[in-house]
Design a binder for this molecule. Structure first.
Ligand code: GRF
Length: 194
């Protein structure tokens, strides 16, 4: 299984996924694309021997031309699966429909709670005792596709958005590879990690 990964930043989820795709694992990373030229994940991917590309969204006059360029890069790599890993651009329904059923995303909340941004701040403000992350299939509606896996972490007294984000990020690095393993190997889904 050929896996392309889309990033916007440090790429820690991309690294966790790429490191998991070894040995008997049926998937291999074939391309890492960033929408930001300076994304730290690009260097990390190159150091791991993974092909990289940058499609800078600021270089295009609108979503459609950006997505055309992104689509062209992806088609060149012909992935069987696309993992959004810290990818911070909203994809249009037209783009999603071209890759329907082949795109996963990780979101730092226990969906359906807290779609969108500032998930940790909202969980803390609500007094939630638990938080976590979700891997879901990407559909036209933002952060709303079928959930394939979740990891649950405690919210600790005194947590700030940053301390909770760090705890959730560590859980993301466990959850995303586990979901990918099951998607690639037809393992049982959904999966919940605690
Ligand atoms: C993190 O906030 C994570 O919760 C979300 O994307 C951001 C960056 O992740 N999934 P990464 O280090 O670029 O994978």
């Amino acid at each position: 299984m050929r896996v392309a990964l889309l990033i916007s930043g440090s790429g820690s989820n991309m690294v966790a996924l790429a490191r998991s795709m070894t040995g008997a694992h049926p998937a291999r990373p074939v391309l890492v694309v960033s929408n930001r030229p300076g994304a730290g994940g690009l260097d990390k991917a190159a150091a791991m021997g993974i092909g990289t590309a940058c499609v800078d969204h600021r270089a295009y006059d609108g979503r459609a031309p950006f997505e055309e360029a992104l689509d062209a890069e992806l088609r060149r790599a012909s992935p069987d699966l696309i993992c959004l890993a810290g990818f911070m651009r909203i994809l249009t329904p037209d783009f999603v429909s071209r890759w329907e059923g082949k795109m996963l995303n990780i979101h730092p909340s226990l969906l359906p709670a807290y779609p969108g941004l500032d998930t940790h701040g909202r969980a803390i403000a609500a007094g939630d005792r638990v938080a976590g992350c979700s891997v879901h299939r990407v559909t036209a509606e933002l952060d709303a596709g079928p959930v394939l896996g979740q990891a649950v972490v405690p919210v600790v007294a005194g947590d700030t958005s940053d301390t909770l984000a760090a705890r959730v990020l560590r859980a993301e690095h466990r959850l995303y590879p586990e979901v990918l393993r099951r998607v690639a190997g037809d393992g049982p889904l959904p999966v919940t990690l605690r």
